[in-house]
Write a protein that binds this ligand. Structure first.
Ligand SMILES: C[S@@+](CC[C@H](N)C(=O)[O-])C[C@H]1O[C@@H](n2cnc3c(N)ncnc32)[C@H](O)[C@@H]1O
Length: 202
């Protein structure tokens, strides 16, 4: 998988509009596991250029909605422009800080994706606030998917000391009301899925 989705592809396609993990692995593998359905509500937190959001908008269809949130006004404006140019009607892009109250109603999200953003120090440090907000906006049976870069020394992406191993990510998220439901190795990256803990899970 690492050979198929070379990082220079990511650099060519991602850097103009913000860094993205989307082209570092096979997006199909990610979306197969996310198993989005028509009508779903998908939240892309720290969406960057919005590649996952744009792909998700195809899966959820006209009856679904994609919320794309990032703290970068520039990236959100670029995404809004792209959405308008492509006539996409089911994607709402908003500037928001993932560690503060999100501009989203309680209990309406089926799947929240946090792709290569958890390792960012301002987010890692505020993992409790992040998890509380994600739990607030998720439906009771909603899911959280975390994509992160393996903790290895490579010439692209975050430096090794900032990276989170799968165990680091799992530890951070399960501390704040989530339980792990699955993990997949994506080559350079990995994705872990979580569900919300119920009282009888504790
Ligand atoms: C490495 S990029 C990943 C972008 C996208 N998730 C992807 O993988 O294609 C990390 C993104 O997180 C955003 N970010 C960092 N801290 C944030 C915060 N506190 N709230 C919202 N977004 C944040 C950055 O602006 C950046 O776009």
């Amino acid at each position: 998988m690492k050979l198929k989705y070379e990082c220079n592809r990511r650099e060519k396609q991602g850097h103009k509009s913000g860094s993205s993990s989307f082209h570092m692995h096979d997006p199909e593998a990610v979306f197969d596991l996310l198993a989005l359905k028509k009508g779903d509500c998908f939240l892309d937190l720290g969406c960057g250029p919005g590649d996952y959001s744009l792909e998700a908008s195809r899966f959820v269809g006209n009856t679904g909605v994609v919320y794309s949130l990032d703290r970068s006004e520039l990236l959100i404006n670029n995404l809004k422009r792209r959405v308008a140019e492509e006539g996409i009607m089911n994607l709402v892009a908003m500037v928001a800080d993932a560690t503060r109250r999100l501009p989203i109603e309680d209990g309406c999200v089926d799947i929240c994706l946090v792709a290569t953003a958890l390792h960012i120090p301002g987010i890692t440090r505020n993992a409790e606030a992040l998890c509380n907000e994600i739990r607030r906006v998720l439906k009771p049976d909603g899911r959280l998917a975390i994509i992160e870069c393996h903790k290895e020394d490579v010439s692209f992406g975050p430096p090794q000391h900032m990276r989170l191993s799968p165990e680091d990510s799992e530890g951070l998220i399960t501390r704040y009301g989530f339980k792990k439901t699955g993990i997949i190795d994506l080559g350079y990256n990995y994705m872990i899925q979580f569900g919300v803990c119920r009282d009888n899970d504790k």
